[in-house]
Design a protein around this ligand. Structure first.
Ligand code: GLP
Length: 230
């Protein structure tokens, strides 16, 4: 899975060396970043002209906090390839005015030309980024209160459930859908149910990822367990 994903990302970087990549975090992505770092070491794929925008970030965690998405993406990717740090963007979860930060992030994405390729994971309830069921398909970058299922799913990365932040900033569904290409990575039995629902083709805000059925250029890379209910 990770190899395939890395091949597609590499292709994008080679074909358009100044691409804007939309990045995701979470357990599923770790292998893909490791494969990209391998390619960088072995084949010298250069990220000198690449710009990146991350999907989301918790509110209230310092970039140095081991559970922040800043920390994750620095450790798994940015610190291990040649991308200039000032070409990498994440929502600032420490901003004094979070509403203004959301607007700023949305216009920044527009200014740099939007994503050429967006990496996406999916939650068990079909969330993408931190866009929970019920989120408007028209949503742009916004503040979300994290649902209990999401906080539980992420609590393994924190010592205790109470330590999982209660709010986050996320690209909206409309923001994600503007990406020219979308790469959805799905792994494991826990995701089989949601993948089966996704592939019915029904589009509903109750399953945020179902909007991907209307995007002209989506690639799904999944393992057998995730596809086991199809
Ligand atoms: C979090 C992230 C999502 C990610 C999801 C799935 O909620 N905000 O962007 O897709 O988790 O993560 P995992 O790959 O660990 O299952």
């Amino acid at each position: 899975m990770s190899r395939k994903a890395a091949d597609i990302i590499n292709d994008q970087v080679k074909k358009k060396p100044n691409s804007v990549l939309g990045l995701a975090t979470g357990g599923t992505m770790m292998g893909a970043y490791a494969a990209l770092v391998d390619d960088y070491k072995q084949n010298g794929t250069s990220y000198q002209q690449i710009k990146t925008v991350n999907l989301d970030e918790y509110i209230g965690l310092e970039p140095e906090h081991p559970n922040s998405y800043h920390y994750y993406i620095n450790g798994h990717f940015f610190n291990r390839v040649d991308i200039p740090k000032d070409q990498t963007y994440l929502p600032n979860g420490l901003a004094k005015d979070i509403e203004a930060e959301c607007q700023h992030y949305e216009s920044l994405i527009e200014q740099i030309g939007g994503m050429d390729l967006q990496l996406l994971g999916i939650g068990q309830n079909g969330h993408i980024g931190f866009n929970e069921p019920g989120t408007s398909f028209e949503s742009t970058t916004h503040i979300v209160e994290l649902a209990s299922l999401m906080r539980q799913a992420n609590s393994c990365f924190f010592n205790r459930l109470e330590k999982v932040p209660t709010h986050a900033i996320t690209m909206g569904i409309a923001t994600i859908m503007k990406s020219k290409k979308i790469l959805l990575l799905v792994s494991g039995k826990k995701k089989a149910h949601i993948i089966a629902q996704l592939f019915t083709g029904k589009v509903t805000t109750q399953i945020p990822a179902s909007i991907l059925n209307t995007h002209p250029n989506v690639i799904v890379i999944a393992d057998q367990e995730a596809l086991s209910l199809l």
